[in-house]
Design a protein. Structure first.
Length: 445
């Protein structure tokens, strides 16, 4: 169904303001001039400007007209948003932390300081990580359902760096990559930087539309499929085992590489086997400890087919030479002594508790998500404006993300994502209460 004319104009103005084509301070046409130019009624032109003002993009000055506002910090735009104000509650990014984690770090630093190989941490490390560190990761991955030789593991500067070196090693500018119509914004940023051609795949309640994926692979030279089979970001689904098998069959039939992002997989107990366990020869598995342990612990790992290890190693050398030895040493100590397992179990419980709070405070709204994830997706009615809701929440010192940074298709759905892991439970409860009140008044009225 085509969007109403006024919404098309709102979207066009909003895009021009955000990209700078309409600079801050520019005076927009009068209501009558806009109506005459676009062939619409004056009342419709008034509605366009009212929407833009509600979104925080323009301001009206009595007797002077309507002007483009200075939007130094755009509201609710996911990965591209600058740091939120110190007095704002951040429901945009997830930084889940548990009591006692700082004490764990202090103890780990003392242990490393008194260890016998401290001097070795000051030297250059092997590009893909020390053998003992890769062995620690291999033992950890067994508990994730992947049995792999340490020679197929590469240590990276977090999962985002793992995705970056995977794309650099496997793809060239112009290559076609199949992605979900809503996907992780960090992969979109990589694709843009490396000039990849993203082809959106519609999603179902349980994962990508595999019929649509197969039609795409039959008609275009798809080089890779980027997927999050266990705890999708932002929709929270877990792909059933039968669909994973079919996805692998499609990849084998048409030849694309599977890039499996498992950053949030630790939150799901007993999921179906990872793609890398079933199809290790055509899958690159990427994960890390930033989500499960601490966002500042930039330690990730890539599991790759043997033939790809040399090219991945070159990409690591080109981007960071080697990962920081100190943080990797701490991370691997925690992998070996059970600290990571304990933190992951506690964070699963924490995420479930936060989802329960969201379910209580946002009851009656059409939430989409997983019962043990750190985020929830709130689709809005077709005639609602996510930008307007986001701007209203920002004025109440609440930062959320719209669907825009997650969208890979031509049409951006009206929805917001609420990250639940960056504030304490009491603050989360009261903040979600405000979100509900504003959403009901602004979007669901």
């Amino acid at each position: 169904m085509a969007a109403p004319r006024y919404k098309t104009l709102v979207d066009a103005f909003a895009a021009d303001i955000r990209t700078g084509r309409l600079a801050a301070g520019v005076r927009l046409p009068t209501h009558r001039a806009l109506a005459a130019r676009e062939g619409i009624a004056v009342v419709t032109a008034t509605r366009v400007y009212a929407e833009l003002e509600a979104m925080g993009l323009v301001s009206r000055e009595q007797g002077r007209g309507t002007f483009v506002r200075d939007i130094a910090v755009p509201a609710g735009h996911g990965i591209d948003q600058q740091a939120v104000a110190t007095d704002a509650v951040d429901l945009n990014f997830n930084c889940p932390s548990l009591p006692g984690q700082a004490d764990l770090l202090r103890r780990a630093l003392r242990e490393v300081a008194t260890s016998g190989d401290l001097e070795s941490l000051l030297r250059y490390q092997p590009h893909r990580g020390r053998p003992q560190d890769r062995a620690s990761v291999a033992r950890h991955l067994v508990r994730r359902g992947i049995t792999v030789d340490a020679d197929r593991i590469l240590i990276t500067n977090g999962a985002q760096h793992g995705l970056a070196v995977t794309v650099m090693a496997a793809l060239d500018a112009g290559d076609v990559v199949a992605v979900d119509a809503l996907t992780y914004p960090g992969f979109k940023v990589l694709a843009h930087a490396l000039r990849l051609d993203l082809e959106p795949i519609p999603t179902t309640a349980d994962g990508p539309d595999l019929d649509a994926l197969e039609r795409l692979c039959a008609t275009r030279p798809v080089r890779a499929i980027y997927t999050m089979p266990t705890l999708h970001n932002p929709l929270g689904w877990v792909m059933p085992a039968v669909d994973r098998i079919r996805l692998i069959e499609i990849a084998r039939r048409y030849g694309p590489l599977l890039i499996e992002d498992a950053s949030y997989a630790y939150l799901v107990e007993n999921p179906p086997p990872p793609l890398a366990a079933t199809a290790p020869d055509i899958t690159v598995h990427v994960s890390g400890l930033s989500k499960s342990v601490a966002t500042g612990l930039r330690v990730g790992f890539v599991v790759a087919p043997p033939s790809m290890v040399p090219s991945l190693e070159r990409a690591i050398r080109a981007t960071t030479w080697n990962t920081p030895a100190l943080t990797t040493a701490i991370a691997c100590r925690w992998l070996d002594d059970g600290t990571v397992d304990r933190l992951e179990a506690r964070k699963r419980d924490d995420a479930e508790a936060r989802q329960a709070i969201a379910g209580q405070e946002l009851a009656g709204l059409p939430l989409i998500g997983h019962p043990s994830s750190y985020f929830t997706w709130l689709p809005l009615p077709d005639d609602a404006r996510a930008d307007r809701l986001t701007a209203t929440l920002a004025r109440r010192h609440i930062s959320v993300a719209t669907a825009e940074p997650f969208t890979t298709s031509a049409r951006t759905p009206q929805a917001i994502r609420l990250a639940l892991g960056s504030t304490d439970p009491d603050s989360l409860r009261s903040t979600l209460r405000t979100v509900r009140r504003v959403a009901v008044e602004d979007a669901f009225a």
